[in-house]
Design a protein around this ligand. Structure first.
Ligand SMILES: Cc1cc2nc3c(=O)[nH]c(=O)nc-3n(C[C@H](O)[C@H](O)[C@H](O)COP(=O)(O)OP(=O)(O)OC[C@H]3O[C@@H](n4cnc5c(N)ncnc54)[C@H](O)[C@@H]3O)c2cc1C
Length: 449
């Protein structure tokens, strides 16, 4: 990367744009703005690029920071950014199907009416009841009730079997990281899968009932790191400077924005912050009280991932498995099935992700998660040759009944936010990409671009 920072009149370095954080949101932002002609500095507090979207080696296995499947790949916001700004595009391998394990049986996830009728892992009477409930939503929708304030648990009530509750709870955890009593109905209806051009409720319902879902999902060959490598390789020469191991300590606005890190001081015209929005009151002085208060409502959940390197291939299906039977609920993704170079020859690498209920009792939670894995597929225990675990926060704001999302604009001129806590749509990388697209349009409105 070329050295493009210019020492200002005083002791600070000056850039047109400073991006705080080198996760996928920060890197995509830096790429887009540099391709739009801006000189950009990226400041990252860790020594790594990618944030919770990167890969590294453990005993010859290449693990990701949690199992990752990219959603809406062909028709979503990442594709839009890749088409416009990437010089190098990673190779993607289709995800395959989502399988659900419940009551010791396994079936493909029921994406549509036909799948639902065949989904006999839960009682037929519950399936009919849930279908009627789904139709009933149209009345709630028309009555103007806010479906982001109504939980899935409230909607379905208690008249369902234990296994149906487990299924709904498991899916809620999978989609939002929280239980069905905290997951808003809107989170499910918000899905692009349910979207239509006219966006009428009946059209959405039609899509839920008739369309095949999750066909537009994929894993990047070479691991999730290949996405980060593609972004970095696409940075225009001499327009992007990256400094790792520099934590931003304070941001002060005035004529110019001044940024102090653990090592240096910088100035810029525009600052984009991609860390936790809830941290900015600690970085920027004198934010209005209401703003600080609204940021305190951002709700986050932690995930535990256990990576197992297996000395033989145990997962042979064409996608990933959602375990509603296990405690904790678990998502098992055999990533070496997408790219066998991620595991040594003849081995298999599988990521098992679950919600971390209690950050303070980690050893116990880890043991519980491992036992859950062995209780579902006992033979795994005899084939482990590598174990690695990670505790990470998948999204900077989880979708719950009372959660808030942050605005892209802050009350301070020239300072903007980007990342998964500034956007409600979708999840993970797709949500991060939506937030970058929204940021770019805000910057255009504000004549920064
Ligand atoms: C277990 C797990 C599974 C996942 N599965 C999927 C999946 O299947 N599909 C999917 O699309 N997504 C998935 N995700 C989510 C996805 O990885 C994240 O939502 C996305 O990478 C978040 O990107 P971000 O840039 O917004 O945030 P982050 O990656 O958190 O980046 C923020 C960066 O800012 C830096 N930073 C913060 N404060 C400062 C400061 N003061 N100074 C300097 N630097 C700072 C941080 O160090 C970090 O690098 C998963 C995540 C996890 C953890």
């Amino acid at each position: 990367m070329g050295e493009i920072h210019i020492k200002g009149k005083d002791t600070s370095y000056f850039y047109e744009v400073i991006v705080v954080g080198a996760g996928i949101s920060g890197l995509l932002t830096a790429l887009a703005l540099s391709k739009e002609g801006k000189r950009v500095l990226i400041l990252e507090k860790t020594e790594n690029l990618g944030g919770v979207c990167r890969s590294y080696d453990i005993d010859g296995y290449q693990v990701d920071t949690g199992p990752h499947i990219i959603t809406r790949l062909e028709h979503g916001p990442l594709k839009e950014l890749m088409s416009k700004y990437f010089d190098v595009i990673p190779n993607f391998v289709p995800h395959g199907r989502y399988y659900v394990r419940l009551n010791s049986r396994i079936k493909p996830f029921p994406w549509n009416l036909q799948g639902w009728f065949n989904f006999d892992l839960i009682p037929q009477i519950d399936r009919i009841y849930l279908m009627k409930t789904l139709f009933g939503i149209s009345y709630i929708f028309n009555s103007g009730e806010d479906l982001s304030r109504k939980s899935v648990g409230d909607l379905v009530g208690s008249n369902i079997s234990e296994s149906t509750k487990r299924f709904l709870n498991c899916m809620s955890y999978f989609m939002t990281g929280t239980s069905m009593n905290e997951t808003p109905v809107a989170r499910f209806l918000d899905s692009e899968h349910y979207k239509t051009t006219s966006a009428g409720f009946l059209d959405k319902l039609y899509n839920i009932l008739m369309k095949e879902g999750a066909v537009d999902q994929a894993y990047p060959k070479g691991g999730i790191q290949s996405l980060i490598t593609a972004i970095i390789s696409s940075f225009p020469r001499d327009r992007v400077d990256i400094r790792t191991g520099e934590k931003v300590l304070s941001i002060n606005s005035g004529d110019k924005i001044r940024v102090e890190t653990t090592k240096e001081e910088y100035e810029c015209e525009t600052l984009i912050y991609s860390g936790f929005a809830s941290d900015i009151p600690g970085l920027i002085d004198n934010l209005p009280k209401e703003h600080v208060q609204s940021l305190s409502k951002l709700h986050k959940t932690s995930a535990l991932t256990i990576w197992l390197g297996l000395n033989r291939k145990i997962f042979t299906r064409d996608g990933s498995e959602i375990w509603a039977d296990s405690n904790p609920y678990t998502w098992a993704v055999p990533i070496s099935n997408y790219d066998n170079s991620l595991a040594p020859n003849g081995r298999q690498l599988v990521g098992f992700m679950s919600r971390l209920e209690n950050d303070n009792n980690f050893e116990k939670e880890k043991e519980k998660a491992l036992n859950a894995i062995f209780s579902i597929i006992p033979e795994i225990e005899n084939h482990i040759e590598m174990t690695h675990h990670q505790v990470l926060i998948p999204e900077k704001a989880a979708w719950t009944i009372d959660t808030k999302f942050a605005d892209i604009r802050t009350p301070v001129k020239g300072i903007y936010l980007v990342g998964t806590d500034t956007e409600r749509r979708s999840m993970g990388i797709t949500r991060a990409s939506y937030s970058v697209i929204k940021l770019l349009s805000v910057l255009r409105e504000d004549k920064v671009l």
